[in-house]
Design a protein around this ligand. Sequence first.
Ligand code: AMP
Ligand code: MG
Length: 270
Amino acid sequence: MLDVSPYLVAPGTRVVLADHDPDAKTGFEGGKKAGKRALTPLNDRLSELQRRLWAESKQSLLVAIQAIDTGGKDSTIRKVFSGVNPQGVRVFSFGVPTETDLAHDYLWRVHNETPPDGYIKVFNRSHYEDVLVVRVKEMVAEEVWSRRYRHIREFERMLADEGTTIVKIFLNISKDEQRQRLQDRLDEPDKNWKFNKADLADRALWDDYQRAYEDALSETSTEHAPWYLVPANRKWFRNLVVSTILIETLEMMSPQYPEPEEGLDEVEIR
Ligand code: AMP
Ligand code: MG
C-alpha cells in the first residue's frame, strides 16, 4: 500500500507550507492512468471496513476535510467514498453560521454533527473555519481566535476519549493550480455554477490563508486527532492518499463483526 507517512503532520512540529510540494506523488510509481486504476481496490477495501464498523456499532470515525477554495473537497468525497454503503456514511457541509449558530459558542453546531457509533461522518469544512476564514476576515479579535486552538484540541480529545476516531485532511493546492481551476469554472459551461465572484476576494488573501493554515495544522495535529497535509494538485494522487489514510485509520480501529448468537449450527430453516 502507498506509504502515507510523509503526509502526516507530526504532533508538535511547525508546518511551513512552502516546504510541501502540492505536485508531489511520492511513493507512487505510475502516472495518472495507473493512479486512477489503483483507486478501485481501495474503494472496495474502504467499503468492507465500513461494513464492519456499521455491524459492530461501537465506535465511529470523523473525517474533517479542509482546503482553500477549489482545493477539491467535494470531488475527493465523491471519489473516495464511491462504492461505500450510503447507509453508514454522512457528509455535512459547514457553511456560513446561522443566526442560531452564532448565538451559541462556535463548537455548538459542530458537536451536534459528530458521528454516532457505527458511522463515518465527513465534515466538508469544519470547526477549523473558526480559526481560518474567521481569522483572515477578522470576524473576531485575535485574542478570541488564538485561544480556540486549545479549545479545539480539548474538544477533539474528548471526542476521541468517548469513542470517535478523528482524522483531519488538508488538501494542499498551489496558487497557480487555483487560478487554473477558477479559469475552468469560467470556461466550462457545466462548471459555471461553481464560480463564485467572492472566491476572488479570498484568492487575494491567499497568503493570509496560508499563514492561518500553517498555524491551525501546527497547533492542532495531535496523537488523538492528526492532520494529514495532502498534495492535491494531481487529483488522482490526492484520492489515493486520502483513501489510504482512511483505510489505515479504520484498520487501526479494527471493527469486528458481532459474535453470532449461540447455537446457530443447530438452526434448521424449514
Ligand atoms: P461553500 O463551501 O462554497 O459552500 O461555502 C461555504 C462558505 O461558508 C465558505 O465561504 C466558508 O468560508 C463559510 N464558512 C464556513 N464556516 C464558517 C464559519 N464558522 N464562519 C464564517 N464563515 C464560514
Ligand atoms: Mg467559497
